[in-house]
Design a protein around this ligand. Sequence first.
Ligand SMILES: [Zn+2]
Length: 100
Amino acid sequence: MKCHTCNKPMNYTKGLEFNEQKIDGWKCASCGEIYFNPEQVHKALLMNKLKKEAIRAKLGKVRSNLILRLPRDVEEALNLHQGEEVLLRVENNQLKVTST
Ligand SMILES: [Zn+2]
């Protein structure tokens, strides 16, 4: 990728500062211009949004099991996929779900 400002080659760089998070992107060695990885920008913005408020999720039922329906934003921000396992922990009447 070339810099749109000075037309010099850009280096893919990890751990660039974005919204108090670290994401990857391309950095121009010449003028310092940065282009963030758009997919990671999307996730970082979702994370920011999700951190600000409690997330509503509906409980459903499949046969005898209760199922927890997670909103799409949570799925994308945490990179969750159908069929994957998560860890549940019950603490002080709260349920914590951890992606592995
Ligand atoms: Zn440049």
